[in-house]
Design a protein around this ligand. Structure first.
Ligand SMILES: Nc1nc2c(ncn2[C@@H]2O[C@H](COP(=O)(O)OP(=O)(O)OP(=O)(O)O)[C@@H](O)[C@H]2O)c(=O)[nH]1
Ligand SMILES: [Mg+2]
Length: 429
């Protein structure tokens, strides 16, 4: 089964909690704070892998959670970091936020991206020891991470895309020039999902995609619609496949048919319409030489300069077709996409972490103020508010950040109730 779109839910691991613990020196009354820090939560990563060709397995498996960090341990030992979770997807997968923003384009084998960073480990009481605070009896909770939905979208990576009406012989062509064995039959819409095949050339190879047939109005959903066109968005060359028998015996017009196909591509994407293309006139075994010439002239006069006559059944013209395509693909790759630098191979997309920064937002709800800022909310969430020492420590940090002053500047009146996560307090003078 082929599936080219999926929605999944991801959650990085929570940070482990810090520990409160004391180490008693033998025979003495002195004690030393010795609670270790919690471990970091595991990240959620995504990675392009040749092992998969479709997004099919995400139909059943939708939730992905990385391991939580372990709690801090006595004797200043830290908790274990949670293991990262690596989600493998086919090469060519585009990752989007739920709102559609692209966050990663996994267009090469092995390319990875971090989709969600694991939570920070909470500090154990040993970490809070200082001159002023010799016996801290508080620790932090680990940072809790949030789950979110992301969208996966597969765009096959082919060099050449075959476009044509149903029954034109696209699948027959790919079955003759590659090892792909798609279903071929004498009725429209035989092909329901894209097929990829590799054409071996003298020095190298290129990839051809056979997609379901297009008909007029595909952009409005007619036939199988136009959603398969996304799979040829990255090709170097488009091959329009025309059915010579349909032109010869069913009164179709070569120029008109070609125009319809081009129009559908353009309505789907301007980028697609601007790609280099050639025209293949297939099924010429059913035609006489004169008929062939007439159709060829018709296409030439409409401005087409590469027209190849082919019979996918007898094999005539196929060698010429692959040679022409091979040249065009090579040329395209040299011109348009020079070999990418190696560092591109492993690109990490850093999300949200820096966005926490300076900006504080406040929302007024009734006569209370809700403070929104990732960094500050995290500090609150990691604090054990039941522990007076821990609470004091948090308030000191907020003081040092001049949060109260900033809230006043933003118009929050003295005496108002301020809410930051689970912390509720009154703004004082
Ligand atoms: N005589 C002749 N028949 C051909 C040729 N190429 C394909 N056919 C026949 O045309 C019919 C359709 O071929 P397919 O390859 O399934 O066509 P398609 O373009 O993939 O069609 P869809 O998948 O429905 O879009 C089949 O019966 C093929 O045997 C050819 O060169 N000559
Ligand atoms: Mg087909």
């Amino acid at each position: 089964m082929f599936l080219d779109e999926a929605k999944i839910n991801i959650k990085a691991g929570n940070g482990g909690n810090g520990l409160v613990s004391f180490f008693n020196l033998k025979g003495k009354r002195k004690k030393i704070a010795s609670g270790g820090n919690g471990g970091k939560g595991g990240d959620i990563r995504i990675k392009a892998s040749k092992r998969y060709n479709t997004l099919y397995r995400f139909r059943k498996k939708v939730h992905f959670k990385a391991e939580n960090g372990g709690s801090g341990k006595p004797n200043k030992r830290n908790g274990k970091d949670g293991r990262d979770l690596v989600i493998e997807v086919p090469v060519g997968t585009l990752v989007r936020e739920a709102d559609g923003r692209v966050i990663a384009d996994l267009d090469r084998e092995g390319k990875q991206a971090v989709l969600a960073g694991g939570g920070m480990g909470g500090r154990g009481n040993a970490s809070f020891t200082s001159q002023a605070r010799r016996f801290p009896a508080f620790a932090e909770y680990g940072e809790m991470t949030e789950e979110r939905w992301i969208k996966l979208e597969l765009r096959l990576l082919a060099d050449v895309g075959l476009v044509g009406f149903p029954n034109a012989g696209k699948s027959t062509i790919i079955s003759r020039v590659t090892a792909a064995r798609p279903k071929i039959a004498d009725y429209p819409f035989t092909t329901l999902v894209p097929n990829l095949g590799v054409v071996a050339t003298e020095e190298d190879s290129f990839v051809i995609a056979d997609i379901p047939g297009l008909i007029e109005g595909a952009h409005k959903g007619s036939g199988l619609g136009d959603r398969f066109l996304k799979h040829i968005l990255r090709t170097s060359v488009i091959v329009y496949v025309l059915d010579a028998a349909k032109i010869m015996y069913e009164g179709a017009d070569a120029e008109e048919d070609l125009g319809t196909l081009k129009k559908e591509l353009k309505l789907y994407s301007q980028k697609l319409a601007e790609k280099k293309h050639i025209v293949i006139l297939n099924k010429i075994d059913l035609l006489g030489d004169q008929d062939m010439e007439a159709i060829g002239e018709r296409l030439k006069s409409s401005g087409e300069n590469v027209i190849i006559f082919v019979s996918a059944v007898t094999g005539q013209g196929l060698k010429e077709m692959t040679e022409v395509l091979d040249k065009m693909v090579k040329q395209y790759k040299e011109e348009v996409s020079p070999p990418q630098a190696d560092k591109e191979e492993y690109r990490v997309y850093d999300l949200d972490t820096s966005a926490a920064g300076e900006k504080i937002e406040i929302e007024k709800i009734g006569d209370e103020y809700l403070v929104k800022n990732k960094e500050i909310e995290r500090m609150v969430q990691m604090t054990d508010l039941e522990n007076q020492e821990g609470l004091n420590y948090l308030m000191q940090r907020l003081d040092r950040m001049h949060i109260a002053d900033r809230l006043k500047e933003m118009g929050v009146e003295i005496g108002s109730t301020v809410i930051i996560g689970k912390l509720v307090f009154e703004l004082k003078d």
